[in-house]
Design a protein around this ligand. Structure first.
Ligand code: IPM
Ligand code: MG
Length: 350
């Protein structure tokens, strides 16, 4: 069956890094049908909507979706549903990709790029599994209004049993393919939804957690432990908001957020959404200096998790490591290669 990869470059450095991922895709998976679409600010400018029904339909019919980044100063003042980020959230929700996998892997060549001591990050290999379609990101009610003459802003942190159960199962499954340890994080000491999260993860573990060692940690303590002794973690399971924060923190352990890919998975057989963890980086957009590795490694995750091409994924992952070993570095890594030259180095290593 013909497999389709839908590219949604988005805004800022998105188009620059996705262009390089496309070149790599043409080499590692030449039979793949590659399509393009608009999302975020690029879609707002063209259609007045950060994600059109048509684009969402095409995403649903693709084998995998590779997205660059969304957002930028141009759209900051717009109403919430007309902001680029709303397109990304609608895409995640529309594809029902509830499990977001964010690996923090320290390439041997980059141990010195981290702001932490080499001994702390050397050999680091952890995976954050972030719940992606629920929690405070989507909970109702939410708003800014006025009651009894006092203005207020509020969101709702809410999780249901099925939402927690399904993402916990993914975390257990991933852990079984690694060191078999899951650390679930929440704030059960202050939040009802956090207490519920802990109870539900514990239940899910009793039912489906065979072979997995489950522990629990408060999210603030986890933030601290991530910089104190990150190698204690194998898989971290977190809700949408804590997972967002902890994955940015984990990214910096590896030297640069410009290196980190992510995979967002729904139920088996549905298309996964792949995106760099970094944002649209408007400050360096258009200069051709962004690190394309996160986008290239997001393609690697798509090959592995949606396209059933593990061999190609292994080869691509090794090629990125080899390019780094040979000294290839963009600016964020302390070098001076352009986006294109960095991709050239990966392609040469391939
Ligand atoms: C991320 C980003 C997004 C999020 C933004 C851009 C909506 O920070 O993917 O981590 O908060 O989920
Ligand atoms: Mg984030």
């Amino acid at each position: 069956m013909q497999q389709t990869l839908l590219l949604l470059p988005g805004d800022g450095i998105g188009p620059e890094v996705i262009a390089e991922a496309r070149r790599v895709a043409e080499i590692v998976a030449p039979d793949l049908k590659v399509e393009d679409g608009l999302v975020g600010g690029a879609s707002i400018d063209m259609h007045g909507d950060p994600l059109t029904e048509e684009t969402l339909d095409r995403a649903r019919r693709a084998s995998a979706v590779l997205l660059g980044a969304v957002g930028g100063p141009k759209w900051v003042g717009a109403a919430r549903d007309k902001r680029p980020e709303a397109g990304l959230l609608a895409l995640r929700k529309g594809l029902d990709v509830f499990a977001n996998l964010r690996p923090a892997y320290c390439f041997p060549a980059l141990v010195e790029a981290s702001s932490l001591k080499q001994s702390v990050v050397e050999g680091l290999d952890l995976m954050i599994v972030r719940e992606l379609t629920g929690g405070v990101y989507f909970g109702q009610p939410r708003g800014i209004d006025e009651t009894a003459g006092i203005r207020r802003g509020y969101d709702t942190a809410v999780y249901t049993h099925p939402e927690i159960e399904r993402v916990a199962h993914v975390a257990f499954e991933i852990a079984r393919g690694r060191q078999g340890r899951v650390c679930s994080v929440e704030k059960s000491n202050v939040m009802e939804s956090g207490l519920f999260w802990r109870q539900e993860v514990t239940l899910a573990h009793a039912e489906m957690g065979a072979g997995v060692d489950l522990s629990h940690m408060y999210a603030d303590a986890c933030a601290m432990e991530l910089v104190r002794a990150p190698k204690q973690f194998d898989v971290i399971l977190a809700d949408n908001l804590f997972g967002d924060i902890l994955s940015d923190e984990a990214a910096m352990l590896t030297g640069s957020i410009g290196m980190l890919p992510s995979a967002s998975l729904g139920t088996p057989g549905t298309p996964g959404l792949y995106e760099p963890v970094h944002g649209s980086a408007p400050d360096i957009a258009g200069q051709g200096i962004a690190n394309p590795c996160a986008a290239i490694l997001s393609l690697e995750m798509a090959l592995r998790w949606s396209l059933g091409r593990e061999k190609a994924a292994d080869i691509l992952f090794a090629a990125v490591g080899k390019a780094l070993d040979q000294g290839a570095r963009t600016r964020d890594l302390g070098g001076n290669l352009s986006t294109r030259e960095m991709a050239d180095a990966v392609i040469a290593a391939l």
